[in-house]
Write a protein that binds this ligand. Sequence first.
Ligand code: GRF
Length: 190
Amino acid sequence: MRNIAIFASGTGTNAERIISYFQAGNTARVRLILCNKSTAGVVERAKKYGIECQIFSPAELKETSLVLDWLEEYEIDYIVLAGFLLLLPSVIIDRYGDRIVNIHPSLLPKFGGKGMYGERVHAAVIEAGESRSGITIHHVNGQLDEGAVIFQAEVPVLPGDTPETLAARIHELEYTHYPRIIEQEILKIQ
Ligand code: GRF
């Protein structure tokens, strides 16, 4: 049984889907939620499932070994980013290598990088007149949204779409694929 840590900054709907997916199986379990905001929705969701949650500041993440120490203490094998808005420091990336995964709500390399998060991504896709958008699940390499792509899936951008309606369609795609792709990647760990 592998131990997963999820880093999240926001609502945590993906984190919740991942927690319940792994509670139903025996490949891995979500052992820890790591969050940089004590008021984030993900903190309440973690509580509901009895998952431990640790809160840290951006400075603690960047300048201290606090988070790395938790990863060791909780014997974390695999790191999942699910709406995490800070960059992971290189000590964590070096330690975990390709055992870190992120999801981005566009077809990278399009609509990724600085400032491209949340509904801003969907607003930019609509503004650019794209006919397709989707999700990208990728490894994490220290550059925002640039790690090797593991999986992509598409949805249409429909006439009359708003950032909210497109976000809802993309969230459904995330819930369908992210937990199973994480499991597939965890099964590759030696
Ligand atoms: C998702 O759309 C994900 O692709 C992006 O951040 C969003 C997180 O949403 N990285 P939620 O907090 O899981 O609802």
